[in-house]
Design a protein around this ligand. Structure first.
Ligand code: BES
Ligand code: ZN
Ligand code: ZN
Length: 518
C-alpha cells in the first residue's frame, strides 16, 4: 500500500471512496453540487441494514466506492472508521484497483488518523512460514485532505511510526518459540536499540541475573536449555540531550517523571512441571506479548522524540521442563528480599515480573506500567476485546482508560481486593505464587508485593487481548498488537505533547467527531 496526501483529487484515481454514516456522507466537501445530489439519492434509495458498502456507482463520472462507517454495537465511532478503512483497503486490493482516492477534506485529525491506521492494518500479513508468499496487489490511496493537507501529512508520519511499532510487536508475537528464544529476542532488541537514536540497552544474562539476585528469572528459566535474560531499554527525552532528542529538547518540560514499562516475556510457557493441557499450549507462543509490546512502544516513543523519560524492561525466559526445572514447593528469595514458594510452576509470569518491578525501582521509576499475558482467569472474565487493568493510583488509572479510548483499545478497571490478600500467604515462605479463586486479582495482588514504594503502578493483564484465534475487527488470527498505541499515548499525554494532556485526568470525551456531524 502507498498513500499520498493531496489537497485535491489528482483525477488519476481509478475510483473514489466515500465514507458514509447512516445515509449521510462524511468528509466530502470536495464533491460537486450535482454529485452531492447524486449521492443523496443513492443513499436514500439504500435499504436499511448493515454494511452496504463497497458498491461501485458513477458519481462525478467516477466509479465510487461507498464505505459504511455506521456505528456497530460496542464499537466506538473512531474504531468503526478504522474497520471501514480496513475493509476498503482489502477490497480495493482484491479487486486490483491501482489507485483509489478517499475524500477526507472534512475529517477531524483523529478521524484521519483512524482511517490511516485502518489502511495500515490491512497491509499486515505474517507469511514467514508459508512455502509460497502471495504478493497482495498494491493499491495507492490518494487521501484528499483539502486545507488540512499540511496537518494531515504530519499525522501520517506519526501514524506510520506507530504502525511500524505495531507490526514489530505482532511479528515478534507471531514468530514460533523455537525461532524466538530469549536470546533471539535480545538480538532483536539489540538491533532496534542500535538503529533507534536515543535508545540505549542493558542486557543481563543468567549469570548476571543470579549474581544480582533477580531470582524470579533464574527460577523460571533454569529448566530450559535457553537461558533467561532481562533487558532494560532507556530513552530520556526530558533533557533533550544529543542529536536524537533535539525536538525533545525544544519541548522539554521540567518534569521528574520516569515512566517505566515492564513486559512479561515468556517466549514459551509449557506450564513447567505443572504442565499445561495440549489444547491450551500452542497459543503460548504469545506469552511474550508484554515484552514485545513494551519494546515496540519504546521504539516508537524514542522515534517520535517525545519529551519524557521512558524505560522498558523485558523479562525473558522459557518455562520448560528439564532436569533442572523448578519443583513445586521450591522456595526462592526475590530481589526485594521477600521469599516465595512456587506452588504452581505455571504461574511463572508473576515470578519474572517480580524482578522487572524491582528493576523499575532501581532505575528510579515514578510510574510503572506492567503488561502481561498473565492469567487464564482474565480471558474468562473479559474475553479478547477488553483488557483488565489494576492500579494503585487513581489519576494513572483514569489516564489509562482515557488513553485506551483514544486508541480504540478497551480497558476495564479491576479491584486490588485486599480481602483476597491473605490467600497469598504461605506456611513456610512469605508468599506463594497462587492465591484466591479470583485468579486475575490474585496475580495482581502478588505483583503489588513487588512494586517499589511510592510509585504509581498499573498492571495490564492482556492474556485475552494480545492474541486472537479468529479474525477480529482488523486483525486476522494471531497477534493484535494490543497495548502498543495506548502505551505511546500515555507517554505522549504524560509528556505534555498532546492536546488532551491538560485534561487527561478529567475523563472528557468530546474529542470524537468534533468537526463532523454524524
Ligand atoms: N501464560 C499463562 C496465562 C494465559 C492463559 C495467557 C491463556 C494467555 C492465554 C500463565 O502463565 C498461566 O498459565 N497462568 C495460570 C496461573 C495459575 C496456575 C495460578 C492460569 O491462569 O491458569
Ligand atoms: Zn503459565
Ligand atoms: Zn505464562
Amino acid at each position: 500500500m502507498k498513500t499520498n496526501i493531496v489537497t485535491s483529487a489528482s483525477g488519476k484515481a481509478n475510483a473514489s471512496a466515500l465514507f458514509f454514516v447512516k445515509k449521510s456522507i462524511q468528509f466530502s466537501n470536495v464533491l460537486s453540487e450535482e454529485a452531492e445530489k447524486q449521492v443523496e439519492s443513492v443513499l436514500n434509495g439504500m435499504n436499511e441494514g448493515p454494511f452496504e458498502d463497497l458498491e461501485f456507482l458513477e458519481i462525478d463520472n467516477q466509479p465510487t466506492i461507498f464505505v459504511d462507517a455506521a456505528k456497530e454495537r460496542g464499537i466506538s465511532s473512531l474504531d468503526h472508521l478504522r474497520m471501514a478503512a480496513y475493509r476498503l483497503a482489502k477490497r480495493a486490493s482484491k479487486r486490483q484497483i491501482p489507485m483509489v482516492s478517499i475524500m477526507l477534506a472534512d475529517a477531524a485529525p483523529e478521524q484521519f488518523k483512524s482511517i490511516l491506521l485502518g489502511l495500515h492494518y490491512a497491509d499486515y500479513k505474517f507469511d514467514a512460514y508459508k512455502s509460497k508468499q502471495k504478493e497482495a496487489f498494491q493499491v495507492t490511496f490518494e487521501l484528499v485532505a483539502g486545507e488540512h493537507t499540511a496537518e494531515f501529512k504530519k499525522i501520517a508520519e506519526v501514524a506510520a511510526i506507530e504502525n511500524k511499532a505495531i507490526v514489530l510487536a505482532k511479528n515478534l508475537i507471531n514468530t514460533s518459540s523455537s525461532d524466538l528464544t530469549p536470546a533471539e529476542f535480545v538480538e532483536n532488541a539489540n538491533t532496534i536499540a542500535k538503529y533507534t537514536p536515543g535508545l540505549s540497552i542493558k542486557v543481563r544474562n543468567m549469570k548476571q541475573l543470579e549474581k544480582e539476585g533477580f531470582m524470579g528469572h533464574v527460577t523460571v528459566g533454569k529448566g530450559s536449555s535457553h537461558e533467561p535474560y532481562m533487558i532494560t531499554l532507556s530513552y530520556d527525552g526530558s533533557k533533550g540531550a544529543g542529536k536524537a532528542t533535539k525536538n525533545a529538547a525544544k519541548n522539554a518540560r521540567t518534569s521528574s517523571d520516569h515512566l517505566v514499562f515492564v513486559g512479561k516475556g515468556l517466549t514459551f510457557d509449557t506450564g513447567g512441571l505443572c504442565l499445561k493441557p495440549p489444547k491450551s499450549m500452542p497459543e503460548m507462543i504469545s506469552d511474550m506479548s508484554g515484552a514485545a509490546t513494551v519494546l515496540a512502544a519504546i521504539q516508537a516513543i524514542a522515534t517520535l522524540e517525545l519529551p519524557i523519560k521512558v524505560s522498558a524492561v523485558c523479562c525473558l525466559a522459557e518455562n520448560a521442563i528439564g532436569n533442572k526445572s523448578v519443583l513445586p514447593g521450591d522456595i526462592f528469595t526475590a530481589k526485594n528480599g521477600k521469599t516465595v514458594m512456587v506452588d504452581n510452576t505455571d504461574a511463572e509470569g508473576r515470578l519474572v515480573l517480580s524482578d522487572g518491578l524491582a528493576e523499575a525501582g532501581l532505575i528510579g521509576a515514578t510510574h510503572i506500567v506492567d503488561l502481561a499475558t498473565l492469567t487464564g482467569a482474565m480471558v474468562r472474565a473479559l474475553g479478547y476485546a477488553v483488557a483488565g487493568f489494576f492500579s494503585n493510583d487513581d489519576a494513572l488509572a483514569l489516564n489509562v482508560i482515557n488513553c485506551g479510548e483514544a486508541c480504540c483499545e478497551k480497558f476495564w478497571s479491576m479491584p486490588l481486593e485486599e480481602e483476597y490478600a491473605d490467600a497469598l500467604k504461605d506456611h513456610f515462605a512469605d508468599l506463594k505464587n497462587t492465591g484466591s479463586d479470583a485468579g486475575a486479582i490474585a496475580a495482581a495482588l502478588f505483583l503489588q508485593e513487588f512494586v517499589p514504594e511510592n510509585t504509581a503502578w498499573t498492571h495490564w493483564d492482556i492474556a485475552g487481548t494480545a492474541f486472537v484465534s479468529k479474525s477480529w475487527k482488523y486483525t486476522d488470527f494471531g497477534a493484535t498488537g494490543f497495548g502498543v498505541q495506548t502505551l505511546i499515548e500515555l507517554a505522549r499525554r504524560m509528556s505534555g505533547s498532546s492536546d488532551e494532556s491538560e485534561d487527561a485526568a478529567n475523563g472528557d470525551d468530546n474529542g470524537e467527531y468534533a468537526a463532523v456531524e454524524v
